[in-house]
Write a protein that binds this ligand. Structure first.
Ligand code: GDP
Ligand code: MG
Length: 780
């Protein structure tokens, strides 16, 4: 098995065991019969392992590599090029040019092939993020003009193929089926044609006009390899155009070729499809006759027993007949090839790609085969056994500092600006409810929205640089072993880390996770990473009630947060978010120079999403929390009495029996409730309740003293170290703030918001309860 092979060894794939999405993914990554794999290196924590296959670097966990059967004997595999049968031609009827008044072109391609760079280059930053069918997969829409015509360009998520197994792939499939674009622009990485063209073979079968943009052409030219574009165009029956997306060379030619392909499709045309050999071609023909409305791609998928393709015919009158025939054909094919249908089709597709490349592609003879490409040389340091973790930590620290330290300056300007505005309105408006609503409710709420913006912008600028350069995949490679312990992917690491600064950008950053299940588990556990807004409350309580070991006590709170997050992640992945198969399989793309342009566009688009999608929820909720503390009004009350008699105060008193077993009184209950808007408010509410000052912070000595001396009606002190610690635990664990919930709503939906509110509060209660009850018994 592949996981037994030592570093440096090159072996050939015999077969991939297992089933479902994992197996499919390995096959399409190139782990097909006869493919050569080289073991490159172990991750610093020894798992996962980096392999080279088809010129690209893939990392697999040991457990995954154990599913790949290999041989080191130069086995007598039948030459893969035998599978090359050239193409078959299908007649496709012309489309009526007036059928659709907008022209729509979609971008399809592997991850990291430069789709986004191309999209940004063509449309500028004027994009619109579209969400489709309730999945957390985005497509972006933009526009460009050419020859007096306006064309809509859609950037679909990057995929390696179009199966039914990942939400991204389903999204691309459904999008193309439902929208029937006028043309598909397939972006391929010219430096990695073998793998990239695999997807092309699937797109070809959709019988939609297709243009292939050979991106990264600059890299291909530098490498000295040669591609006969004209011959390849003739073979694929599609236009191939070289392009360098990140500087824009060739972009115009690509667009012109696309328009030409669209114009051509007004007449009947001959489309080229991969010739799968007589047996399968026959099967396609037989089944195609029963479903005349389906394209070749879908008919083939039905033969492959793809659930979604079969669903498409289920409403047809002859559905049963179709299914029966498909089963029969599949069995016949599997018997004949003595293999299962998934590997047969993948093999044939790869056979086609290799056969085609053998005719049109020549490798620079001066380059030795198997040598790592120049784009990987930095891995000598960045994923080095000893250096990798220190470098990762330094980079993360830099990113954290940039986001939260550098970001605190503009944040302060915004706060000052808001305060100034509030002060100004306070002066010009007559006293009354309207003024208070304006100043404390609305402007305060807007401030609560805007303060996050600098952090979000800086953070996403950094993340974009990390992602575009290829480092993000390395970070996941390095820490995967740790994250795997709790059932997650290495890529969850970065969002967690950001969570110590602020949960909102952290939750937004989970977008880099491909797997929806992992994404949800990460989102739900991020709030347990103690964010910076909770720190003032800890500082106040630690300073007031602990004299020795203050640092250790503070640290224990953070560690308990991490522990609860880990336990929650394990619990979730064992129960409601159980996964069918852990999948790590990840590509390590070559390092590339990220562009400031892409990073800036990414930053703006995240900032815009934040303002558009979350601002309203945060604003509305802040106003509600304000109103609960403001009403009902009574004349001549001190701020202290006001909040005590407000709805919030009444609620605090009402929940007192609930929080009493945790050692809390109603004032703490109220603080916890107002803290739902934002955790910083816990301290200021305590300030109002205990000192009557409206601007108390964690350094306020009068608040500290008041807390130390506060007594219950029976004369006991309200606070002591045990109560303070129990309160800190509760603040750490309960109800994420409203802004975080808005982010959860955006990324995961209301269902998970409800879950999170109940779950976190329950955990907080139980943990504080157990701690408090044990502590008072043990300590007497
Ligand atoms: P996507 O994942 O397909 O959207 O790919 P991106 O557009 O994010 O590009 C991935 C990386 O490749 C980025 O670092 C880009 O700057 C880089 N890149 C994109 N196009 C080219 C190109 O034509 N040549 C080179 N050398 N790099 C490119
Ligand atoms: Mg992209």
């Amino acid at each position: 098995m592949l996981d037994d092979e030592p570093v440096g060894m090159t072996v050939q794939v015999v077969r991939v065991l297992g089933d479902g999405s994992f197996r499919q993914r390995l096959l399409e990554m190139g782990f097909v019969r006869g493919a050569r794999v080289t073991v490159l290196k172990n991750a610093p924590l020894l798992d996962p392992v980096e392999y080279m296959i088809m010129g690209s670097h893939i990392s697999l966990r040991h457990s995954e590599a154990a599913q790949v059967e290999v041989t080191d004997k130069d086995a007598e595999f039948c030459d893969m090029e035998d599978a090359f049968n050239g193409v078959v031609e299908t007649e496709v009827a012309g489309v009526d040019p007036m059928a659709d008044d907008v022209l729509r072109v979609v971008l399809v391609g592997n991850p990291n092939c430069g789709k986004t760079s191309f999209f940004n280059n063509v449309t500028g930053a004027k994009e619109k993020v579209g969400n489709y069918g309730g999945v957390t997969v985005d497509s972006k829409e933009g526009w460009f003009s050419i020859g007096g015509r306006r064309v809509q360009l859609v950037d679909l998520p990057g995929t390696y193929s179009l199966t039914e197994y990942s939400p991204e792939e389903m999204y691309v499939r459904t999008y193309i089926r439902d929208n029937r674009p006028d043309a598909i622009l397939n972006i391929v990485d010219a430096g990695n044609l073998e793998r990239n063209l695999y997807l092309t073979t699937q797109v070809m079968d959709m019988n939609i006009p297709m243009v292939v943009a050979l991106n990264m052409w600059d890299e291909l030219e530098k490498s000295g390899d040669h591609l006969d574009i004209e011959m390849m165009s003739r073979l694929l029956g599609a236009r191939l155009v070289p392009v360098t997306a990140y500087n824009g060379h060739g972009v115009k030619e690509v667009l012109q070729a696309t328009m030409a392909a669209i114009d051509e499709s007004e007449q009947d045309t001959l489309h080229h499809n991969v010739n799968y050999g007589t047996l399968i071609e026959d099967a396609l023909k037989q089944l195609g006759e029963l479903c005349p409305d389906l394209d070749r791609y879908t008919v083939l998928k039905i033969i492959e027993n793809d659930k979604h393709a079969i669903d498409l015919v289920s409403s047809q009158d002859n559905a049963i007949q179709v299914k029966a025939l498909a089963d029969e054909l599949r069995q016949r094919i599997e018997r004949d090839y003595n293999d299962d249908i998934t590997s047969i089709i993948t093999d044939l597709k790869y056979g086609f790609v290799r056969g085609a490349l053998a005719e049109v592609f020549t490798t620079n003879p001066e380059r030795t085969v198997g040598e790592t490409k120049p784009g990987y040389s930095m891995d000598r340091f960045l994923t080095n056994r000893w250096l990798a973790l220190p470098i990762l930590l330094v980079l993360m620290w830099l990113m954290f500092e940039a986001t939260f330290t550098l970001g605190s300056y503009p944040q302060e300007w915004i706060e000052n600006g808001i305060e100034w505005l509030g002060g100004w309105i306070g002066k010009v408006m007559p006293d009354g409810i309207l003024k208070d609503l304006m100043v404390d409710g609305i402007i305060g709420g807007v401030g609560g929205v805007l303060v996050f913006l600098p952090q979000i912008l800086i953070l996403f600028f950094c993340i974009s640089l990390l992602e575009d350069s290829g480092y993000m995949a390395r970070a996941a490679f390095i820490v995967d072993r740790i994250m795997h312990r709790v059932g997650l992917h290495g890529k969850s690491f970065i969002p967690y880390l950001i969570g110590f600064g602020c949960g909102v950008p952290a939750i937004m950053a989970t977008r880099t996770l491909e797997n929806r299940r992992d994404r949800i588990v990460t989102i739900l556990t991020i709030p347990f990473m103690s964010c910076s807004a909770r720190l003032p409350a800890y500082l106040l309580l630690v300073a007031a009630f602990f004299t020795a070991n203050q640092g250790l006590i503070l640290m224990s709170i953070y560690l308990i947060g991490i522990l609860i997050a880990a336990l929650t992640a394990i619990l979730l992945s064992k129960t409601i978010l159980k996964h069918d198969k852990t999948q790590f399989v990840m590509e390590l793309p070559p390092y590339r120079k990220p562009t400031a342009r892409n990073a800036t566009i990414h930053m703006w688009s995240k900032g815009k999403q934040y303002l558009q999608k979350m601002a309203t929820i945060i604003l509305a909720a802040s106003i509600i929390v304000w109103a609960l503390g403001y009403f009902p009004r009574h004349e001549g009350q001190t701020p202290q009495e006001q909040i005590e008699n407000s709805y919030m105060g009444l609620m605090g008193k009402a929940i007192e029996p609930l929080v009493e077993p945790l050692g809390f009184n109603w004032q703490m209950g109220v603080s916890v409730l107002t803290g739902a808007a934002a955790k910083e408010i816990v301290v200021s509410t305590m300030g109002v309740l205990y000192t009557g000052e409206t601007d108390a912070d964690e350094e306020s000595t009068s608040l500290k003293e008041k807390l130390q001396t506060a007594t219950k009606p029976n004369g006991e002190h309200v606070f002591n170290p045990v109560v303070a610690y129990s309160f800190m635990l509760f603040i750490l664990l309960y109800f994420p703030c409203i802004a975080a919930l808005a982010a959860i709503k955006r990324e995961a939906g209301w269902k998970w918001v409800a879950f999170e509110v109940i779950y976190t509060t329950a955990v907080a209660w139980v943990v504080s309860f157990v701690f408090y009850q044990l502590a008072i018994r043990i300590l007497g």
